[in-house]
Ligand binder design. Structure first.
Ligand SMILES: *Cc1c(COP(=O)(O)O)cnc(C)c1O
Length: 398
């Protein structure tokens, strides 16, 4: 029986308002595995929109690890970690992940989102603390900061001078704890935080650093170890956070840190205490990806070869691809209607690249965001560039 509720009529009004602002979202549907060439809404397209950096989401070895784990351990843990949801695979992944990050210990969460919430809320637990955040940090850091008791101060994107001013402010000087939070790789622009400088000023002013490596783990640094490795800062960054849903191709998040901070989070972090643990097959997937990163450098190499080729070709075609130095390549359009039109025309031509507008990116910075993967062939990328050139000209973008 279909029911309408007068009491929920507001949803229609809200949707109408969103539509007016070009903010109503109706996602396309993936009907195949997440792959370099995927079936989306019934059409085979070159997929430039996933975070499947290493193209391991449909990898035989990784799938076998997940299937074996299901056979041995079943499909779910049916408990939170602190009840009886800590399985041997979670312990194994935490230990291997800590070693990968050159940290003493690590703790798993259900997602990158909950990792940020868990750490910000747990460590910034008093009004006397201060959370200091880059203005372009991910939404989950902003939400984590909202759940923290500490006040927050925002510094201008990658502006170390402004960060220093914040650290010199009276609020910072009298704070009990100061935590500086930054994305490692910024998800919309593909630029990298100047983590070496952030760490230097942090320690000069007695603050500690949390870096969110969602788009950096499995992507930058030696063997994909992330931003800390990229800058040679091993042993100097207090907390490394990230997701297991991008290059790691599964779902989940982590914080790699000291043993005592890990154990503290395991006793107080609300997502750890009140939301069930990853299914064993997911932990097994991540262990298999870690193993691939350490033993098969070809995936990372291909990712970066593809990145260089695709950026170069888009630039040659006349597109503005922003400041990115990572596989995230924005194609700037500057207007949401136009960005949507470009995405729709590309899709008709067999290429999927998602348009992004306000509030995900600032007004005037509307764009298509593309991410190449290790699984794209040169032929896929040449095809995509040719279609970008064709549709970009049609719409007067180049
Ligand atoms: C994607 C992303 C997250 C969220 O990770 P999930 O595992 O998808 O919840 C957090 N932080 C940053 C910077 C991200 O890009």
């Amino acid at each position: 029986m279909l029911t309408t509720f007068d009491t929920l009529k507001f949803a229609d009004e809200e949707i109408a308002a969103l539509k007016k602002e070009n903010r109503f979202i109706q996602p396309r549907v993936l009907q195949s595995a997440q792959a370099p060439v995927s079936v989306i809404d019934g059409k085979e397209v070159v997929n430039l929109t996933s975070n499947n950096y290493l193209a391991l989401a449909d990898n035989q070895k990784v799938k076998k690890a997940a299937i074996d784990a299901i056979k041995k351990y079943g499909v779910g843990s049916a408990a939170v970690r602190t009840i009886i949801g800590t399985m041997s695979l979670h312990k194994e992944l935490e230990e291997k992940f800590a070693a990968f990050k050159h940290a003493e210990a690590s703790i798993l969460f259900q997602s990158g989102f909950t990792s940020n919430v868990a750490v910000c809320q747990s460590l910034m637990s008093s009004e006397q603390d201060l959370l200091i955040s880059d203005e372009l940090n991910h939404a989950s850091i902003i939400d984590g900061a909202r759940l923290a008791k500490a006040p927050r101060k925002i510094y201008r994107h990658k502006d170390i001078k402004h960060l220093t001013e914040v650290l010199e402010s009276p609020e910072a000087r009298k704070a009990r704890r100061k935590m500086i939070v930054t994305d490692g790789v910024f998800s919309m622009d593909g630029d990298i935080a100047d983590l070496d400088q952030v760490v230097e000023v942090a320690h000069r002013y007695g603050a500690f650093v949390m870096v969110d490596d969602a788009h950096a783990s499995g992507v930058i640094g030696k063997e994909g170890r992330g931003t800390v490795s990229h800058f040679g800062l091993d042993g100097k960054v207090e907390i490394q956070i990230g997701t297991l849903s991008k290059a790691f191709a599964a779902v989940g998040g982590y914080a790699a840190t000291t043993r005592s901070l890990r154990d503290y989070l395991g006793s107080v972090a609300r997502p750890f205490l009140f939301s069930s643990s990853q299914p064993p097959s997911v932990a097994a997937t991540c262990i298999a990806v870690l193993d691939i990163l350490l033993t098969e450098p070809k995936y990372l190499k291909k990712l970066w070869d593809n990145t260089a080729f695709f950026k170069e070709e888009l630039k040659k075609a006349g597109f503005d691809t922003g400041e990115s130095v990572t596989p995230i390549t924005p194609v700037m359009v500057g207007d949401m209607d136009k960005a949507k039109a470009l995405s729709a025309r590309l899709f008709e031509e067999g290429v999927f690249a998602l348009p992004l507008g306000f509030p995900t990116v600032p007004k005037g910075k509307e764009r298509l965001r593309t991410i190449v993967t290790a699984g794209h062939t040169l032929k896929d990328l040449k095809f995509a560039v040719e279609k970008f050139r064709k549709t970009g000209r049609e719409l007067g973008i180049i």
